[in-house]
Design a protein around this ligand. Structure first.
Ligand code: MG
Length: 377
């Protein structure tokens, strides 16, 4: 792993983790966010500050995505304060792998609080080394394009949202379906007709279909020539057999999302060819450390990855952007969290400009200040 060798060249040999603080961040969304699983009006996240003995601070964030990860605001706060902090406080951050293994082993599950602390540690590590994190994670690219999510709604509203997104410069749209399988082909056909052939369409069913429904819906979209780039998580998260059956029976590539949390899940999907692509989200992997393990397995097997996010503000999305820019095997991005928020962007870090995300030279993840957070002291 080249990024570990790089760290030896720097003159920082020891950095004690002196404190881990938590807070709350509440931001209004531009529009309610609706999927087959839920409707959300506001982003309500936990934020984390990791303090090093050099006085530098690393930032992290975790959203409470109870319907996917099981994490809630009280559970995230409790996990960090009562399990994660006691496990790693006082450790030497320059021994990064040891800290990350201790963090991962501090308790089972609880991937969102682990991710918040993991990214804050990587942020502090990068700041201490004076390098932007994406360069330390492999430096594969300096800019990339994200899609924008279109919530599941009545067809006319989805068409209107898709046209508005195209107008804002988004040429890749992720369409949420799955709430009503009978209507889904009609939805996608209407959107394709409205936006024209140049826009890439990704379809996310969020587990909304059975395997048989998936095959018939996807084949119907193929027969109509709707030119769908991929279909994401058609069947229930733990239905690996169903996922595999769908992947085998359709031409459209299938992307595993809720089915892949850990590096072990990723390996299982790769080995059984249960899906064509993997969706990596820091809130599922428990952070960058495990995400890198998934990237390594994917790279070895030539399985392309998409980096996604939950309803996250710019802090966690910036961390995901660094991972995406670092790793060449992540060829697709669904990092639209900041685009869904109504609030202005925080200073520093990757530049979010419509569909384009451009990395900056700011050290670590790069966010200079978390504005509007309420820190617990
Ligand atoms: Mg998804």
């Amino acid at each position: 792993q080249p990024f570990r060798r790089i760290s030896c060249m720097w003159e920082v040999f020891f950095l004690r983790i002196t404190d881990i603080q938590v807070g709350r961040l509440s931001l209004p969304l531009a529009h309610p966010f609706k999927t087959a699983l839920r409707t959300v009006e506001r982003l309500e996240d936990v934020v984390v500050r990791v303090v090093g003995e050099n006085g530098l601070v690393g930032y992290g964030e975790a959203p409470p995505t109870a319907v996917i990860t099981g994490d809630t605001i009280p559970s995230i706060l409790c996990a960090i304060e009562e399990y994660i902090k006691p496990a790693i406080a006082g450790m030497d951050l320059m021994d990064l792998d040891a800290v990350m293994e201790r963090l991962d082993g501090s308790m089972v599950h609880n991937t969102s609080p682990k991710a918040a602390v993991d990214m804050a540690l990587y942020d502090l590590w990068g700041r201490t080394l004076g390098k932007p994190l994406y360069q330390l994670l492999g430096g594969a690219k300096t800019a990339f394009e994200t899609d924008l999510t279109i919530s599941v709604n009545p067809v006319e509203e989805m068409v209107r949202d898709a046209l508005e997104a195209r107008g804002r410069g988004f040429s890749i749209l992720k369409i949420k379906v799955g709430k009503d399988p009978a209507l889904d082909v009609e939805r996608i056909a209407a959107i394709r007709k409205a936006v024209g052939p140049a826009v890439k369409l990704r379809v996310d069913a969020n587990q909304g279909w059975t395997a048989a429904e998936s095959v018939s819906i996807i084949k119907a979209m193929e027969d109509k020539g709707l030119n769908i780039e991929l279909v994401e998580q058609p069947v229930a998260a733990r239905d690996f057999e169903g996922l595999k059956a769908v992947t085998a029976q359709v031409d459209t590539p299938i992307l595993a999302d809720e089915a892949v949390f850990s590096p072990a899940d990723a390996l299982h999907i790769i080995e059984t060819h249960a899906a064509d692509y993997l969706n990596i989200k820091l809130m599922k992997t428990g952070g960058i450390h495990n995400a890198l393990k998934i990237c390594e397995a994917a790279e070895k097997n030539g399985v392309k990855c998409l980096i996604g996010c939950m309803l996250e503000s710019q802090i966690a999305v910036a961390a995901a952007a660094h991972l995406c820019a670092g790793q060449g095997i992540i060829t697709m991005a669904d990092l639209d969290g900041p685009s869904l928020c109504a609030s202005p962007l925080m200073p520093g870090g990757p530049v979010f400009d419509g569909a384009m995300i451009t990395m900056s030279g700011d050290p670590g993840i790069g966010i200079e200040a978390v504005e509007g957070a309420q820190w617990q002291c």
